[in-house]
Design a protein around this ligand. Structure first.
Ligand code: ADP
Length: 478
């Protein structure tokens, strides 16, 4: 059986004591079914970087340290200060420097050097996320002909935004060296195809011959899901745990829940503002409703993130200052992580899931909230139309997160929604969850990356064979 090489910025080594990250959950089925080698950054910064291998069952984990300047330029710099904001449509927050771009390219070269030491000719390589866009190019430059796929977990903006990124032409076309480039939504995939059409004169459909050598690059949509049934079972159990019971008892009345990492893409301050407007317009709810916002800190070393920490804290304080009674606190703002079990129990207990990112690749909190509901008495999901999940969740109350008045109206509608409508919406949402369950995700991608003899056309949405296009750099506009 061919080995699957998974390459990502961070590696989740089993039993290493870390909180399971999102990538570990989405790759769980792949790691179980195939012999895998997972390679990435160890999380350690060292002037003399070491690379080491850990074996667990039939899988190996290769982790390599970063030098201090690599950590600054590749991770804190280019990945977090340029690619993250721009891919989330926030050009205004990007801080570009050539030095950071060089560091980013250097780390990709380092990963390629580590990989060529261990790759065999029939291994399949699956690269994850925005930290490693040019990795295939670095591998091809070292003579590798393996099947190499790439999946972008975050959104890809339209070319009008992407082309404002300095040196985009050094980076984005290098995706052409992959055999398959996967996105969360059709919109992201279409943005990429439009970029290629605009910048490289590629035909604006979804199969392209691009990049070095004769690799045909294809584009596909593979929405990330969750482990639906296991999460539903977890939520059933979790509501009975002592801690969750204690939290629920301390929050009488109707419960709205928000669970977001502290990140500007999540729109937490505007969400609080929407709740404030809901309170201002609906005094009948005073004393009878609580909004629980759970927000673990992230990336506090970056200025925008520490500023956001105080902005969210003061918005919560302002609302509580204006509306609290001795017996009622309208907002409960919690600044720390919880176990999956506790979160599942809190989702299950909440009457409304308020998920309003300004832009999000997928948003798994929305999916977890739906999975946790009791189908006989489900809560209501209010979801930003700019979350990737909105493509599949047409039966959520879809809102524009930039419009706090509209979100306030959606909150009022959600808390008053009759049981029949709640059940009907939940049934549709749950069916959507099952259609894209995460247990099938890895295989869908790998099958599309390495199709059996007879190509399975269904494996790729929007796939249409097309003529060759010139290599980047020699492209003529059509
Ligand atoms: P992102 O990957 O941008 O953080 P997602 O909504 O796609 O956003 O995924 C977030 C994941 O992190 C979910 O699985 C969610 O359960 C988990 N998570 C979010 N907040 C917390 C928290 N306070 N404690 C533990 N896990 C959390």
């Amino acid at each position: 059986m061919a080995r699957i090489f998974i390459i990502s910025n961070r590696v989740a080594i089993p039993g290493a004591g870390n909180q399971p990250g999102g990538l570990e959950v989405v790759l769980k089925a792949t790691l179980r079914k195939h012999p895998c080698v997972w390679l990435g950054w160890s999380g350690e910064v060292n002037a003399k970087p070491r690379t080491r291998t850990v074996t667990h069952r039939s899988n190996s984990y290769i982790v390599t340290d970063l030098k201090p300047e690599d950590f600054d330029e590749y991770y804190n710099g280019f990945a977090n200060r340029v690619l993250w904001p721009i891919f989330h449509y926030r050009l205004d927050l990007a801080e570009f420097s050539r030095r950071d771009l060089s560091g980013y390219l250097r780390v990709n070269e380092h990963f390629a050097d580590e990989l060529v030491k261990v790759l065999k000719h029939d291994d399949i390589v699956w690269v994850h996320d925005y930290h490693l866009i040019p990795l295939a190019k670095a591998l091809r430059a070292r003579g590798l002909n393996n099947r190499i796929g790439f999946f972008l977990h975050i959104p890809l903006p339209p070319p009008e935004i992407l082309t404002a990124m300095p040196n985009h032409e050094r980076l984005i076309p290098s995706l052409g060296d992959y055999d398959l480039v996967g996105f969360q939504t059709d919109g992201d995939a279409a943005n990429f195809a439009r970029y290629l059409a605009k910048e490289l004169g590629a035909p604006s459909h979804m199969s392209l011959r691009l990049g070095t050598g004769d690799h045909a690059m294809r584009i596909g949509t593979f929405p990330v899901g969750i482990e639906t049934h296991p999460f539903t079972r977890l939520a059933r159990q979790a509501v009975k745990t002592a801690f969750v019971k204690q939290v629920i008892e301390s929050l009488p009345g109707t419960l709205i829940i928000g669970v977001d990492r502290l990140d500007y893409s999540k729109g937490i301050t505007l969400k609080l503002e929407a709740y404030e407007r809901f309170l201002a317009a609906n005094p009948q709810w005073y004393g009878k409703i609580t909004y629980l916002q759970i927000t673990p800190k992230s990336r506090s070393a970056i200025k925008e993130y520490s500023e956001m920490e105080s902005a969210v804290g003061s918005a919560a304080g302002r609302i509580n200052g204006a509306y609290s009674e001795a017996s009622w606190t309208p907002v409960r703002y919690v600044n720390r992580p919880y176990s999956r079990t506790t979160l599942a129990g809190l989702y299950a207990a909440a009457d409304v899931g308020l998920v309003t990112p300004m832009r999000d690749g997928m948003n798994l909190v929305a999916k977890e909230y739906v999975a946790a509901q009791d189908p006989e008495n489900p809560g209501v999901l209010i979801l930003s139309r700019f979350a990737g999940a909105a493509d599949e969740f047409r039966d959520a109350l879809l809102v524009n997160p930039y419009d706090p008045d509209a979100v306030a109206v959606a909150i009022a509608r959600a808390v008053a929604m009759p049981l029949g409508e709640r059940k009907a919406r939940h049934a549709e949402l749950y069916a959507a969850l099952l259609r894209n369950d995460i247990s099938k995700w890895g295989d869908k991608f790998l099958k599309a990356l390495n199709p059996p003899e007879k190509k399975d056309e269904k494996a790729l949405r929007n796939f249409a064979p097309g003529p060759a296009v010139p290599e980047p750099g020699r492209a003529t506009r059509q």
